[in-house]
Design a protein around this ligand. Structure first.
Ligand SMILES: C[S@@+](CC[C@H](N)C(=O)[O-])C[C@H]1O[C@@H](n2cnc3c(N)ncnc32)[C@H](O)[C@@H]1O
Length: 300
């Protein structure tokens, strides 16, 4: 095990201590993650800067889900400014912010305005790229086309220096893998660039068609989607933050891929779902190495 891994573990231990100092006892915590049952806006505000290398999140869209109180558009934009200002401050100098956004109805303007049109310029970081998440299942519409995508806005703190592990997320599905030019392989043997359009199935619900990973949370990210983001945009053993953690998809994905994770969630019932999910994950894997301090690993 390299020193740099131990160094990164110590960094996580330091971050944990800081979080406990500023936020008190977490709802759940172990050697890989920390989950707080808090209002993300208030909790982020009290934390010191530059704690997390990557932020992945899907905030409330202000569309009347069971976990949100609908605000006016102006108030929603103000609320977004408030929490994203803090989130950006918490990101390290080579870090990224991956913000998932869907659609919202705006009276007399449109029934499904893409939230990125309203919010993209409210985030005080460099806008690096938009990733389109395309999925096949969803509501079937009669008077307009059935919506089948959401976006991830990818922001970076420093446009000339950010973590991007392309080889970790290459698409193995290459059409002509053996094609050569002047005797040399024409394509990267690890696969091709996965492009900015990702076709990944949604988490579905319903009799006989529920996804295996489905929890009782109403808006769950698919793990395949978050796995790709964690692998592609964070350092191994780095610290990832999800300020609206919901069912804990980001936490599970981070643990699976050797990243530390901090999550905030306002509702205790969802925190409980996330906690159970993490524990179930540990029960499913045959052997897990956990950090015990003093440069020691034990298996559980
Ligand atoms: C779209 S869901 C996130 C789902 C998550 N990505 C998953 O895979 O399960 C948004 C979450 O934000 C939580 N939330 C809403 N307002 C919050 C706040 N002020 N602080 C913390 N969490 C909040 C909601 O309870 C909800 O679980």
């Amino acid at each position: 095990m390299s020193t740099s891994i131990f160094h990164k573990m110590r960094v996580f231990i330091d971050v944990k201590q800081k979080l406990i100092e500023y936020l008190g006892t977490p709802y759940f915590s172990d050697n890989n993650c920390m989950l707080y049952c808090v209002d993300s806006v208030k909790a982020q505000k009290v934390l010191p800067s530059e704690l997390f290398g990557l932020v992945i999140t899907s905030p409330p869209y202000n569309i009347g889900k069971e976990y949100e109180t609908v605000m006016s558009i102006d108030d929603y934009i103000l609320w977004t400014q408030k929490w994203t200002r803090e989130t950006c401050r918490l990101i390290t100098s080579n870090g990224s912010f991956l913000l998932n956004l869907g659609y919202i109805a705006v009276e007399s303007k449109g029934h499904a305005i893409p939230l990125p049109y309203l919010l993209w310029n409210e985030i005080p970081l460099f806008f690096n790229q938009e990733i389109v998440w395309n999925y096949s299942a969803g509501v079937a519409c009669k008077n307009y086309l059935s919506p089948r995508n959401e976006k991830f806005l990818w922001y970076v703190k420093n446009k000339d220096n950010y973590v991007f592990n392309l080889d970790e997320i290459r698409d193995k599905n290459v059409k002509y893998p053996n094609s050569k030019k002047h005797g040399k392989p024409r394509v990267n043997t690890l696969g091709k660039n996965p492009s900015d359009v990702w076709e990944i199935a949604k988490v579905t619900t319903g009799q006989n068609c529920s996804s295996v990973e489905r929890t009782p949370h109403p808006c769950q990210f698919p793990t395949d989607l978050i796995d790709r983001l964690v692998l592609g945009f964070s350092e191994k053993n780095g610290i990832v933050f999800d300020p609206f953690v919901g069912s804990g998809t980001t936490i599970e994905s981070c643990i699976r891929h050797g990243r530390f994770c901090v999550g905030f969630e306002i509702r205790e019932d969802y925190c409980e779902i996330a906690k159970k999910r993490i524990k179930n994950y540990y029960n499913r894997i045959p052997q897990l190495f956990i950090w015990e301090g003093n440069d020691q690993y034990v298996t559980v």
